[in-house]
Design a protein around this ligand. Structure first.
Ligand code: SF4
Length: 170
């Protein structure tokens, strides 16, 4: 039976796949908060329009309980154009195939795999679609900053933009 690769290997793999940075962090350093849900509900036009967004995505307390099922998290930092969603999903798949059978990812932003998300039916691409960290009640700002990664409020289109995704691993 082959030994699974060490977790540091996946930091290197993330960089090879186009990430700006990546780190293995303890799952307790991924922060959830009740207010995150309300930022989706009041202020985002995507609320209720996609199966990967609230109210369909996990509640903050559920995400906390799920995070607590894991020891480690691979936090991935991507710049615009890096395709953070595909990148994190590829890592999830690789890590799972390596034997970390609990590997599960969350990424950034709304799901755009279909032209229009029909919230009256089941997801059309369940193998690829994952909720965003923020859609699952994660305080992405606090999480990225704790890990030493950059993130600021995007005040206008010309501002520096940073995207984050995670793969929970054990
Ligand atoms: S894959 Fe399609 S059906 Fe599934 S959440 Fe994304 S847009 Fe909706």
């Amino acid at each position: 039976m082959p030994q699974p690769r060490t977790l540091d290997t996946y930091v290197q793999r993330a960089l090879e796949l186009g990430a700006e940075g990546a780190k293995i962090i303890p799952s307790e350093d991924v922060f959830t908060a009740e207010w995150v849900r309300l930022k989706c509900q009041y202020g985002c036009g995507g609320y209720g329009r996609c199966l990967m967004c609230p109210p369909y995505s996990p509640l903050p307390e559920q995400t906390r309980r799920v995070l607590d099922c894991y020891e480690h998290v691979l936090l991935v930092h991507g710049k615009p154009g890096a395709g953070i969603k595909g990148l994190v999903l590829s890592l999830e798949r690789e890590i799972f195939i390596d034997g970390y059978y609990k590997a599960l990812s969350l990424s950034a932003g709304p799901c755009r795999l279909c032209d229009r998300c029909d919230v009256e039916t089941l997801c059309q691409h369940p193998r690829e679609a994952r909720p965003a960290m923020e859609a699952s009640g994660i305080d992405v700002f606090a999480t990225a900053r704790k890990a030493g990664f950059p993130i600021e409020v995007v005040r206008e289109r010309t501002c520096d933009q940073n995207y984050y995704g995670i793969v929970m691993i054990e």
